[in-house]
Design a protein around this ligand. Structure first.
Ligand code: SF4
Length: 324
């Protein structure tokens, strides 16, 4: 069991396999951003499998592949195959912007990826391009492919921004009901320059919840997964919606995760800068035992929570460096 000093069991690891992305969502990866990791520093698929095997030995059960956009890394299939074969890893999932899912949905399903989280902030083509710098059509086609490949559940992540897409919630609900998807609303977070620029559009999700309650009955619901969302069933429809509220109602007291960057940096908290370079340790010839001891020591100093409200300028790195 990998427990931190607050008794929280860390069994979920979010692994960023690239900090690059084919989108430029302004609240995550501003168009001006150039400070990417050098490919020579990226962990190789073998290094990734070696590292995740140590975490599995220590009790990590669920790995989520993130980016940037994980589907821009050509070895994504090989990495997924390697991780899903590690004893102790019970679940492998992926977060994506879906623009390349038409190509990757089937091979990743065969490689052991079970569940997908898909970023989709609006169904309005013009707004979509303003937010992401990309077209909407390939994303909707990607979602269709994923459905045909039997991924379940497929969760849609909608970052709610006042004055940008908060009026699009009803249309997104209808879309998710029609396509049998789960819908989660996420608050903006002051992570990196992009996150801070989005702060002027911050909207506490309690407001969205009360808007929905004027139109729908919301019954508490539960859903499989390691994430912090609070779920509700909409009327007696099959649709379940989730609220992820890091700023207005944090969930740090039940935190169960850590993150690893593409170069092997272990980040103890999304909202703190504490990290340990396991990638450099591996490349300097450490043993697996030394890796496990270093992971244990790091988890013991995992911070209790973020400081998003208290110190909104604290986190310099863009959200894309760790995939949220
Ligand atoms: S902000 Fe940090 S402590 Fe809070 S839930 Fe996220 S990773 Fe865990």
């Amino acid at each position: 069991m990998l427990n931190d000093s607050y008794g929280r069991n860390i069994e979920y690891l979010r692994l960023s396999i690239t900090d690059r992305c084919d989108f430029r969502c302004f609240y995550c990866l501003p168009r001006s951003h150039r400070d990417f990791e050098t490919p020579a520093d990226w962990m190789t698929p073998d290094e990734i499998v070696r590292l995740i095997s140590q975490f599995a030995t220590l009790g990590v059960k669920h790995v989520r592949l993130t980016g940037g956009e994980p589907l821009v890394r050509k070895e994504v299939g090989e990495i997924a195959q390697g991780i899903s074969a590690i004893p102790g890893i019970e679940e492998l999932s992926l977060s994506t912007n879906a623009s390349r899912l038409a190509q990757f949905a089937s091979p990743l399903r065969k490689a052991g990826v079970e569940r997908l989280n898909i970023s989709l902030d609006t169904l309005n083509e013009k707004k979509f391009q303003e937010i992401t710098g990309h077209r909407l059509k390939p994303v909707l086609e990607g979602i269709e492919h994923a459905k045909q490949c039997g991924y379940s559940p497929i969760k849609i992540n909608m970052v709610i921004m006042r004055g940008i897409n908060d009026e699009d919630v009803a249309e997104m609900i209808e879309y998710c009901i029609e396509h049998g998807l789960t819908l989660r609303f996420i608050e903006t977070m002051p992570v990196g320059e992009g996150g801070r620029s989005a702060s002027e559009h911050y909207l506490p999700l309690a407001e969205i919840e009360s808007r929905l309650r004027t139109r729908y009955s919301l019954q508490p619901a539960t859903l499989r997964g390691s994430g912090p969302a609070r779920y509700f069933r909409i009327d007696d429809s099959p649709l379940v919606v989730g609220f992820i509220t890091p700023k207005s109602q944090h969930f740090c007291d039940t935190c169960n995760r850590v993150r690893v960057s593409v170069s092997g940096d272990l980040h103890l908290c999304l909202g703190q800068e504490d990290k340990l370079s396991l990638g450099k340790m591996m490349r300097s010839g450490c043993s697996d035992q030394e890796l496990r001891e270093a992971i244990h020591a790091a988890i013991a100093r995992k911070p209790f929570r973020h400081q998003f409200n208290e110190v909104p300028t604290a986190i310099i790195r863009p959200m894309s460096a760790l995939g949220g």
